[in-house]
Design a protein around this ligand. Sequence first.
Ligand code: HEC
Length: 164
Amino acid sequence: MAGDVRRLMAGEGGPLEREGLVKRLNGALSSLPLLLRRTDGDPKSVIAMRASIARSDWRALSATLATLKQRHPFDARMLLAAEPTPEMLTLGASIHRTSCAGCHDAASADSLLPAKSLVAQLKSMPREEFAARLLLGVRGDRTTGWRNPFSDFELAALIAYYAN
Ligand code: HEC
């Protein structure tokens, strides 16, 4: 979510893609109260975030998310190999070729949420954020319907492959 807000603040994307980002933020907010309850968090912050989205107040939303991130940090260490082995790079390349390239290596269409080049995406954001996006579900959209069927090691291999 914080990454999507950062993209909105930076004025990234055309009108259609920005609309897609806002939709995705609203979607993420609908599952957040449950996640927060499960982790002893305060679901009230969700009400404030909903109001921020309604006002397109990305700065306020970003601040609330920063506080949440501090309370519930994301540990990306498992997914970020310091020294990827040749085997990891080969594994990453092979998963990419069989399962991702079909959508992500095509020219990205003008749509709500286009499938972009994963190498370019990794370059455009902190590596931790890319790891979070992968971990939260290499879903793409309804056509894939995937719910992250990959192990930490496979995700780490994919990240190492895109980074190299
Ligand atoms: C059927 C097409 C399709 C396939 C196959 C596919 N993706 Fe995607 N992917 C998309 C689309 C469309 C989006 C943009 C919509 C979105 O962000 O949810 C996307 C978004 C993403 C994102 C960004 C998510 C975000 O939070 O912005 C990542 C990372 C990603 N895909 C990784 C992968 C990887 C890795 C694979 C292979 C294991 C893969 N995708 C396979 C269509 C696909």
